[in-house]
Design a protein. Structure first.
Length: 133
C-alpha cells in the first residue's frame, strides 16, 4: 500500500504543562525563555523523549510530550544547513545530536531562536502524545 503519512515528519518534545498548553493552543513551538537565547531541543525519536527526564525539573512538575508534525519538504529544507552539535559553539544553525537515540536513523535537533519562525511555518499539526503509564 501507498504510505500516506510520508508528507510529514514528526518531532517530539517533553515540556511542562504550561508550555504544552500554549504550544497546543498556538500550534507553534514556543520561544526559549527571554534572554536565555538557547536552542529548543526536539527529537525524531518518540521513545527517547518518553524516557527523557529533564534534570532541571522536579518530579512533581507535570510534564507532557507533544508531537510536532512538520511538512517534510519544509523540514528537509530547514535541515539542509544543520550542523553537528559537537564543535558548533557560536554557530547560528540547527544543531544535531544523537544523545539517547534508540534508532540510528533518527536524530535530535536543537532549533536556535533564529530558526524558530521557519520551524513554526513548517508545522502542520501539534498534538499531545498520550501518557503510557
Amino acid at each position: 500500500g501507498q504510505e500516506v503519512e510520508s508528507d510529514t515528519i514528526s518531532l517530539y518534545r517533553k515540556m511542562n504543562e504550561f508550555e504544552g498548553k500554549t504550544s497546543l493552543a498556538e500550534q507553534q513551538l514556543q520561544p526559549s525563555i527571554k534572554g536565555s537565547n538557547s536552542s529548543k531541543y526536539l527529537s525524531e525519536d518518540s521513545a527517547k523523549v518518553n524516557n527523557f527526564n529533564n534534570n532541571g525539573v522536579s518530579n512533581d512538575t507535570n510534564q507532557v510530550v507533544l508531537e510536532f508534525k512538520l511538512d517534510k519538504n519544509a523540514y528537509d529544507k530547514l535541515m539542509s544547513d544543520a550542523i553537528d552539535q559537537a564543535g558548533s559553539k557560536g554557530i547560528d544553525a540547527i544543531k544535531i545530536n544523537k544523545e539517547g537515540i534508540t534508532d540510528p536513523n533518527l536524530k535530535n535537533i536543537g532549533v536556535p531562536p533564529s530558526k524558530l519562525e521557519e520551524f513554526n511555518k513548517a508545522i502542520k499539526d501539534v498534538i499531545q502524545v498520550p501518557k503510557n503509564d
